[in-house]
Write a protein that binds this ligand. Structure first.
Ligand code: EPZ
Length: 440
């Protein structure tokens, strides 16, 4: 029988949880180790599905990945690197988008790379056109085949001037992982500057790369011939921290998030205070709690860093169903990230979706056929229901809605949540939730 999580809602979540390294950095750091000529050590690694997927992908390329049992620290040794069969890559890529970031390192080391059909959360079309365009500009030859994309660099890879149409995180990482060992200078304009990007740059610099970041989103990289290894502690997962903070608000609870870092959550904390949440920062983490007063509605617009991050949107929407009044959420990063509201509406939430840009900044999706704005009226009393998890953040949002709801919810498809939330069932049980897991 498939795994089923049964939740008796209505209890505030109270206590503490620990967040470890960022899901959106750790797998990329593991890929960076491929560029090294010596072993690397990565600390603060969470036990999540995406780490498992990249461990398998590195292993089939001849990298040894040793896990220290107590700490979960990884030692990654690329000295026996080799090519992998396309079928092997396809098998191990699973439901992740990470394989596309292997391109630069594999072309530098093996002269070729293969990208299978990519997965990732169904929150938009998620094309890879920027990735392929930057690789071609470095001199790569992109050959689209039935089973995937085969990429070679017959004349090597040369530094280039690049200007991204949109500050894509993935495409910026693609440029970083390729330009560091390309011949000459690369200048990337309109780059992503998320905290995870800065942490990846810190790792590459440790290995011997020369990278500078200007305040106008321009990143300049001077290619080098050889990179060593790195010893690095991954930045904490700001998305998991924000998710637990929203859980405290929605369940009228009080949660201390060990490992949460204020510097990466500025936009989130401003919104949290505006809606009526309270927080307290100390050296080891942040305490989040519901102050007891009615939550206040607000107008929220997602954006690239340093704006309000799109991965924080879904848990915050659940909190806004409990606010007294009408809130507006304009999603500007992904065109289709409100699918999860169907289940919330079944639970009793009042949410209407719109194609217009309902925020102050018209976005790429305006005038196109995407339901990317939401009008939320509250407060609504949520009632338990049956839920099938649609995507990672949508799934976690459903969990916190079910925890706040009156009655029983039965949740299937929870494996998806394992992709980015370490031991989340133990954590919610540890916070006093009434949950039961059945099936295998
Ligand atoms: C990363 O995805 C994160 N994933 C996402 O987190 C996060 O939402 C996103 O960055 C934005 O911050 C990982 O790091 C593994 P993008 P990524 O390239 O790199 C469009 C989560 O829940 N685009 O910045 O795939 C794209 O469709 C996940 O943890 C193109 O059009 O995001 C999207 O609309 C979800 N062509 C926008 O840019 C391209 O070639 C931003 O995508 C590439 C992107």
């Amino acid at each position: 029988m498939a795994k089923l999580l049964t939740i008796q809602g209505g209890k505030p979540l109270e206590g503490s949880v620990r967040v470890r390294g960022a899901k959106n950095l750790v797998p990329k750091a593991m890929v960076a180790s491929l560029l090294g000529s010596e072993p690397s050590k990565l600390r603060n690694v969470p036990e999540i599905k995406d780490v498992e997927i990249v461990t398998n992908l590195l292993t089939i390329h001849g990298v040894t990945v040793d896990v220290e049992p107590e700490t979960g620290d990884l030692t990654l040794d690329p000295r026996q690197m080799r090519n992998a069969e396309h079928s092997e890559i396809d098998t191990h890529a699973g439901d992740s988008r990470i394989p596309i970031l292997f391109c630069g390192p594999l072309m530098h080391k093996n002269g070729e790379a293969f990208i299978p059909d990519l997965g990732g959360c169904r929150i938009g079309d998620r094309p890879i056109d920027y990735h392929l365009e930057v690789l071609r500009t470095f001199g790569a030859v992109v050959d689209k085949q039935v089973t995937g994309i085969h990429i070679t660099a017959p004349k090597g890879l040369k530094g280039a001037k690049l200007d991204l149409p949109y500050p894509s995180v993935g495409a910026t990482e693609q440029v970083l992982l390729t330009a560091v060992m390309a011949e000459g200078i690369t200048e990337l304009k309109n780059a992503a500057v998320e905290p995870e990007i800065h942490d990846l740059i810190a790792i590459l610099q440790q290995m011997g790369a020369i990278i500078s970041v200007n305040t106008d989103r321009t990143i300049r990289i001077e290619g080098v011939d050889r990179l060593s290894g790195f010893r690095h502690r991954a930045i904490p997962d700001r998305n998991e921290s924000a998710s637990w903070a929203s859980a405290a608000l929605v369940t009228r609870g009080d949660i201390y998030v060990h490992g949460a870092a204020q510097r990466d959550l500025t936009a989130f904390l401003n919104t949290y205070r505006k809606i009526g949440g309270e927080f307290e920062v100390d050296d080891d983490g942040i305490r989040f709690w519901h102050a007891g007063d009615p939550l206040k509605p607000l107008v929220l617009e997602t954006d690239v860093h340093p704006g309000f991050m799109t991965d924080w949107q879904q848990p915050m929407v659940v909190a806004l169903t409990q606010a007294h009044g009408v809130s507006i959420v304009h999603e500007t990063v992904y065109e289709n990230r409100f699918g999860f509201t169907e289940a919330l509406k079944r639970m009793g939430a009042s949410i209407q979706l719109h194609r217009e840009c309902l925020g102050s900044n018209p976005c790429r999706f305006g005038q196109r056929n995407f339901l990317h704005s939401a009008v939320i009226s509250g407060p609504s009393e949520l009632k338990g229901t049956d839920i099938d998890v649609p995507d990672l953040r949508g799934g976690f949002s459903h969990l916190i809605a079910a925890l706040a709801a009156q009655g029983t919810s039965r949740v299937t498809g929870i494996e998806i949540i394992n992709r980015g939330y370490e031991r989340f069932i133990d954590k919610i049980a540890g916070l006093g939730a009434d949950v039961e897991m059945t099936g295998r």
